[in-house]
Design a protein around this ligand. Structure first.
Ligand SMILES: [Zn+2]
Length: 470
């Protein structure tokens, strides 16, 4: 250490001094198989919450609670108030449940026995999301060490849920029960990746989602295609016509009113995305399962289509006889599973109404239609690029990574909009994982030096925010 390092260097030195301790703690946490989707692992979700609570207490967080009274799987809440009376309150959101590990035979090492190979740490949850939650614990320690403070420069509130990978089914209940404890001026969401290691970005939004099954039923049983065919409607044909009408030739979704609430992308944001390196073949193989061409709504680039345009997808379609040989029938029913990705300012409940109207308009006489919702959906969220907190995240990340940082979004969905809606605070995103981390897939990993830079960025952010938000 030299005489009077720049603030950024003090935080880097503090992170470096704590790095070994951070890594051994994270490895211990990753041995707990907190697979929320599997009831056989629900006790492990509880153990994972207790592990985190102990780590927070050991770090000196004055208030640490495990919320485990059900029906939500255990969540962890902690608070560390600032000594500064005017300090803003910041809620850090993450999750400690993990995805199932199947197919486990494709893992090169056991998913709950973390292995460090070079700079990569392999384990389920290393990237999504225990690594990034642990990154925040380190960030707070580095912030205090670097600034010599005994309390953070912002009032910190931590909320780490245990059901994110199951779609956060009880999050609104937790938010309702604990509204006072979670009240905040800003939400820092920590569950999104950088665009690329060599092209780092701050995420500024996520798409929302709405999903439903449509079932068309004709008679009470399949009927002979010779005896009745031509004289009755075929539910499978009717369903195919409905599916065909979901998009027009320009790739636009055919639900009446679907685009009424879609916010146009700003020229600034489009220009920022246009600067990102984009190789279509590489993108297809890394993100699109080897699809053979990038296509979609006319007038938009691929990144715009997946980050800022709404979609309708057929997830699966079923009906009639599909076994060996033939069977000459008019099937009694046919069904399709649909999902929609939504962008600001669409609302899942409006899309639900639009889908019902669309289905009604495409149901021929003699066919009965049912629309069966798969959950209430998730609203989309995006923060204004020029919001002072978003710019603070940008500057903190740029200082930590020592590279130019741009902006991106993610096409997936999460509870950011729900947190925003219940707590009334804007959401910003601090994430340093990579698209190549294989989250939800075998051989999930995290790049440890990036987690350390992320902790440094968090430490910068807590130092910067009071001035930026005042
Ligand atoms: Zn996650």
């Amino acid at each position: 250490m030299t005489g009077d390092p720049e603030p950024a260097h003090r935080e880097r030195e503090a992170v470096a001094a704590l790095a070994d301790d951070f890594l051994s703690g994270l490895r211990e946490w990753l041995t707990i198989p907190s697979v929320g989707a599997d009831p056989a692992h629900h006790a492990d979700v509880g153990r994972s919450a207790e592990w985190l609570a102990s780590a927070l207490r050991a770090d000196g967080w004055p208030v640490v609670e495990v919320w485990d009274s059900g029906p939500a799987l255990p969540a962890v809440h902690a608070r560390w108030p600032s000594d500064d009376p005017d300090a803003p309150t910041v809620l850090v959101y993450g999750h400690h449940d993990v995805q199932p590990v199947d197919p486990v035979e494709l893992w090169h090492t056991p998913p709950f026995e973390p292995v460090l190979v070079g700079e990569e740490l392999f384990a389920r949850g290393a990237s999504d999301d225990k690594g990034q939650v642990a990154m925040h614990l380190l960030g707070v320690r580095a912030h205090l060490a670097a600034t010599g403070r005994t309390s953070p420069a912002v009032n910190l509130v931590l909320f780490v849920e245990g059901e994110e990978e199951s779609g956060s089914p009880h999050i609104t209940r937790l938010l309702d029960e604990h509204r006072a404890e979670l009240a905040s001026d800003l939400i820092v969401f920590t569950d999104t990746p950088l665009y690329e290691r060599d092209a780092p970005t701050v995420c500024t939004g996520q798409r929302g989602q709405y999903a439903a099954d449509v079932v068309f039923t004709g008679g009470t049983s399949d009927v002979h295609s010779g005896r009745a065919g031509g004289g009755v409607p075929n539910p499978a044909t009717a369903l195919a016509r409905l599916v065909a009408a979901l998009h027009d030739d320009a790739g636009r979704v055919g639900l009446p009113g679907f685009y009424d609430d879609v916010a146009e992308l700003s020229e600034t944001e489009r220009a920022s995305w246009a600067e990102l390196p984009f190789d279509e073949a590489a993108w297809l193989s890394a993100n699109a399962g080897g699809a053979q061409a990038a296509t979609g709504e006319e007038g938009f680039t691929t990144l715009e289509r997946v980050w800022a345009r709404p979609t309708a997808e057929v997830n699966g379609i079923a009906g009639g006889y599909t076994g060996p040989g033939g069977k000459t029938i008019v099937p009694a029913s046919a069904s399709v599973k649909l999902s929609f990705r939504l962008v600001p300012d669409q609302r899942p409940e409006h899309v639900a109404d639009q889908l019902r109207a669309f289905v009604a308009a495409h149901t021929p006489p003699g066919v009965r239609a049912e629309v069966i919702e798969r959950g209430a959906g998730a609203p989309p969220y995006a923060v204004d690029l020029t919001h002072p907190a978003n710019l603070a995240v940008h500057d903190a990340l740029e200082a930590a990574l020592e590279q130019p940082v741009r902006f991106s979004r993610t096409g997936g969905s999460g509870p950011a909009a729900i947190l925003h809606g219940w707590l009334g605070a804007p959401v910003v995103y601090l994430g340093v994982t990579l698209p190549g981390d294989r989250i939800h897939a075998p051989n999930e990993r995290v790049v440890v030096p990036l987690l350390l830079r992320g902790a440094e960025a968090a430490a910068h952010l807590w130092r910067l925010l009071p001035g930026r938000l005042s």
